[in-house]
Design a protein around this ligand. Structure first.
Ligand code: VG1
Ligand code: CO
Length: 545
């Protein structure tokens, strides 16, 4: 074993955002950049010596280089074993599943998730703890603090050519490197949760599905499970080969970026069920024929019917949703007599609730849904959940959602993203908005909309008491409508303002309006109060979902 200690100097700005550290590939390619961050993680984890680490990523450009570096650093930092996905691939939910199943100390996930990849795109890295979930804020802040004072890192000088493309165990500087099948543990977990026979019968009866893997890491998982185990015809999974640049696409499963799938799901010959997932396979989009399911509704529908599925037969302990996610799930929770927790944006805030058994299902408006089976959101899991429901109820996607609205009311919902605003302008917008807050309660905004309360969301974790402030400006209207403003914590260029709009409609006779029309008054109010056009200099949002 020949450990090299390399002198280095801190890089500013290695603070993890909503989900890990994300930067342009060129930033990560700077000498010592990745090494500094990885050493900061290891330095912040007492007791990691002699333990197991899980390692893998979504296969984007720089994934393989980073895997090699991290293997050598893990060896030099005293890990006994690294479990690495074959080819350096592991989806985010699969990392979570492997950590839990094999009782690993933690894991490193290489991904910038839904951000574009390739040499000019983004790269990212995040640490997940022994519960399989994203490092909580306390830990990410400690990692950041450490990155600001780092002076050296340790790396094994050999092992740069270690084979991680074939299954098996080899050694690197006294540490064992176990190359595992990226799909196997995950697929087994899915078999425990869902009724594979019912889903097989659904396909055998001639139902059709299209799953768009967006040339990202979900391809191998979706092929193995949908086509391999459930008998879906070959070609059900499209864009199923993970590519370093995601084929030049934005691997973000929403109606704007999954245009190919949207087109395929329209018309009388369209498949019965359409789905997509993102770069690291933790997001999901659910479509019926000519029908789009919002992620907030998806969470609510899954909760409503959860006991139809084997893994949730015993019922739900609770539901948790991020604050900007619509309150459709709250209605279901109330009907079931279970709590519905409201957390800040980012999956790391669900970890404690899941660990404490206070929540079974979790969801975010950003196409993220998951459960206590792992500690990450899980794209293919959500797709299988829907598929299982289609199979056991014999109903269509649209029918399930419309019946849900009829029973619980419809939450019209949309998110408007204003991307690429210069950071100081976006900060000024938020600062002005925050300054107005004390004066907003009681204001009549016209169109029958009166602001009942206005605040900046703060969250106290009910399990460990930790407090997170400034998590989004909320305008709550007397009729139950909401507007939420927050800045993205995952972008790598300028700032992105996210405006979340929600309006509740109980009357089934009024459930058929186009969404943007139903939210028109709220869109107007959002711009009036926040001066979005004035501050951004833009005329319209860049992405509407
Ligand atoms: C976005 C979403 C958030 C999600 C996060 C990570 O964060 O809004 O709900 O948890 O991405 O998703 P932000 O700070 O940009 O709004 V993933 O699939 O990119 O890891
Ligand atoms: Co993701």
């Amino acid at each position: 074993m020949s450990i090299q200690t390399v002198s280095t100097r801190p890089f500013p700005g290695q603070r993890p955002g909503t989900s890990g550290l994300r930067k342009k590939v060129a930033v990560f390619q700077q000498p010592h950049y990745l090494e500094n961050f990885v050493q900061a993680v290891f330095d912040t984890l007492p007791g990691h010596e002699g333990q197991s680490l899980v390692l893998g990523g979504d296969g984007r450009f720089h994934n393989r280089t980073a895997v090699r570096t991290i293997l050598r650093m893990a060896a030099a930092n005293g890990f006994a074993r690294v479990l690495v996905g074959r080819g350096g691939l592991l989806s985010t939910p699969a990392v979570s599943a492997v950590i839990r199943r094999r009782a690993a100390f933690g894991g490193l996930i290489l991904s910038a998730s839904h951000n574009p990849g390739g040499p000019d795109g983004d790269f990212g890295i995040k640490y997940n703890a022994s519960n399989g979930g994203p490092a909580p804020e306390k830990l990410t802040e400690a990692i950041y603090a450490r990155s600001l004072e780092i002076a050296e890192y340790r790396i094994e000088s050999e092992g740069g050519d270690i084979d991680f493309d074939t299954l098996g165990t080899r050694t690197l500087g006294g540490m064992s490197v176990e190359v595992i099948d990226p799909v196997a543990d995950y697929a087994e977990l899915m078999q425990q949760l869902f009724d594979f026979d019912a889903m097989r019968a659904w396909f055998a009866a001639g139902h059709r599905m299209r799953f768009d893997a967006m040339s990202a890491v979900s391809g191998p998982y979706a092929r193995a499970i949908l086509e391999g185990q459930l008998g879906a015809p070959a070609g059900t999974v499209i864009n199923g080969e993970p590519l370093e640049d995601f084929g030049g696409h934005h691997p973000d499963p929403n109606p704007a970026h999954a245009a190919e799938l949207m087109a395929a799901m329209s018309g009388p010959d369209a498949p019965d069920f359409g789905a997509a997932s993102d770069g690291d396979a933790d997001r999901n989009m659910i479509l019926g024929r000519d029908f789009v399911v919002t992620p907030s509704d998806s969470l609510a529908v899954l909760a409503e019917h959860a006991t139809r599925v084997p893994g949730y037969r015993a019922g739900l302990a609770g539901i948790a949703r991020s604050m900007p996610t619509s309150r459709a799930a709250d209605k279901v929770a109330a009907a079931l007599g279970i709590p519905c927790h409201e957390t800040p944006t980012g999956w790391k805030f669900f970890g404690n609730l899941l660990d404490a058994g206070q929540a079974t299902l979790c969801g975010e408006e950003s196409y993220g849904t998951g459960s206590s089976h792992v500690r990450e959101k899980d794209g293919l899991w959500a797709v299988l959940f829907w598929l299982d429901l289609l199979a056991v109820t014999g109903r269509s996607v649209e029918d399930l959602v419309r019946a849900h609205w009829a029973r619980f009311g419809r939450h019209y919902y949309s998110r408007h993203d204003w991307e690429g605003i210069p950071a100081e302008r976006a900060d000024a917008l938020m600062a002005e908005l925050r300054a107005q807050l004390p004066a907003l309660a009681g204001r009549d905004c016209g169109a029958g909309l009166r602001i009942a309360t206005a605040d900046d969301f703060a969250y106290t974790d009910p399990v460990d008491g930790s407090v997170s402030t400034r998590q989004g400006v909320r305008l709550l209207f007397a009729d139950g409508s909401r507007i939420v403003f927050r800045l993205s914590g995952t972008g790598t260029e300028g700032a992105t303002l996210r405006v979340y709009l929600e309006r509740y409609e109980a009357d089934a006779a009024r459930h058929g309006h186009p969404v943007q029309e139903a939210l028109g008054a709220l869109v107007r109010i959002a711009d009036e109060l926040a001066g979005i056009r004035r501050h951004s200099g833009m005329e319209a949002p860049t992405v509407v979902t």
